[in-house]
Every structure is written in structure tokens, then in C-alpha cells.
Design a protein around this ligand. Structure first.
Ligand code: ZN
Length: 180
């Protein structure tokens, strides 16, 4: 039997996830262990495929110093224009825009409205980059991750969640590429 991490939660269905080589199963509170084991066995092919895919993503070639410089250069041209566009749409103002190579975050927004973006976003699809821009700009209205904050995001970007999900799937592998 394959090992997995079991997370019991208030839910009605079983959920399966692969994260950092770990198989995670989310299950309803009282579902019998045998049923959960059977579920994992049934999805063995899927698990094997997913684990292989994750490993492949982690093995993407590291970016060279030259490539990182080139990404930062691109980002300095592209990101300010996206910020200006969405800031107008949201009706917010902002301060300085800084581009950096970061291994832990995609963007941030200071209390003063200075924005910071990860140059690795240039390797993500444009609609994903835009979702990070909108996220940070919405912090000009709400300095938190409240419902009001997400309502504001969805107002200008109804498919935000789907766009942002890309980072959940591929973000770590992308950041790994900047490590040396
Ligand atoms: Zn945020």
C-alpha cells in the first residue's frame, strides 16, 4: 500500500493531491479508512503520473545570471504598463515599482503603495502576470486578504482564481529555476 498523508475535514468527497512528492488525501470526517485506502489504490496510475510530472518540473534547468538579467530587463518594460492599465481600471494610485528575482514571493505592496514584482513572472503566461498585478494593486484598497479584497479583484478580473491557480501548480518549479 502506498503511503499517504490523510487530512480529515468537513467535506463530502475525497480529494487527492500531490505536493512536494507527498500524496495527500482529504477525506470526510467519518469515512472508513478502508474506503480511503481503496480510493488511493484506484488512483495509483494518476499518482504515478503526477509524481513523475512534479519531478520533471523540479528538474527544469537553472536560469543563468545572464537569463535572469534579461528577464529583469523585460519585466521593467512590461510590468509598469500592466500596472498602469489595471491601476486606472481599479482607480488606485501607486508609488515606485521594483523588479527583483525572488524565491518566495511573486509580488508585494507596501503601505505606501510601492510595488514589488518578481522578474520570474516573465516566464509565466501573461494572464498569470496580470493576476499578480491586480492582486497587489487591490492591496491599495484593502491591506489584507479579506472577502472585500477578493471581491474587488473579481470585479476587474472575474477569472482571477483560475489564473492564479497556475502559480499554485507551477510556481514552485519556476522559483526553483532561480536557485543556485
Ligand atoms: Zn496579497
Amino acid at each position: 500500500m502506498r503511503e499517504y498523508t490523510l487530512i480529515r475535514a468537513r467535506r463530502k468527497t475525497l480529494g487527492l493531491q500531490i505536493k512536494d512528492g507527498e500524496v495527500i488525501v482529504r477525506a470526510p470526517m467519518r469515512l472508513p479508512k478502508a474506503t480511503i485506502d481503496a480510493f488511493v489504490v484506484k488512483h495509483e496510475d494518476w499518482i504515478v503520473k503526477k509524481l513523475a510530472k512534479e519531478r520533471a518540473a523540479q528538474d527544469l534547468p537553472k536560469l543563468t545570471e545572464q537569463e535572469l538579467i534579461s528577464l529583469a530587463k523585460q519585466a521593467k518594460e512590461v510590468i509598469p504598463a500592466r500596472v498602469a492599465y489595471y491601476a486606472a481600471l481599479l482607480g488606485v494610485e501607486y508609488g515606485r515599482i521594483t523588479i527583483r528575482t525572488q524565491k518566495t514571493r511573486w509580488g508585494s505592496c507596501s503601505a505606501k503603495g510601492n510595488l514589488n514584482f518578481n522578474c520570474l513572472l516573465m516566464l509565466a503566461p501573461p494572464e498569470v502576470l496580470d493576476s499578480v498585478v491586480v492582486h497587489e494593486l487591490c492591496h491599495r484598497k484593502h491591506m489584507n486578504h479579506s472577502k472585500a479584497f477578493y471581491d474587488e479583484i473579481v470585479r476587474v478580473m472575474p477569472d482571477y482564481k483560475a489564473r492564479h491557480a497556475w502559480l499554485g501548480q507551477n510556481g514552485r518549479a519556476l522559483m526553483n529555476r532561480a536557485e543556485r
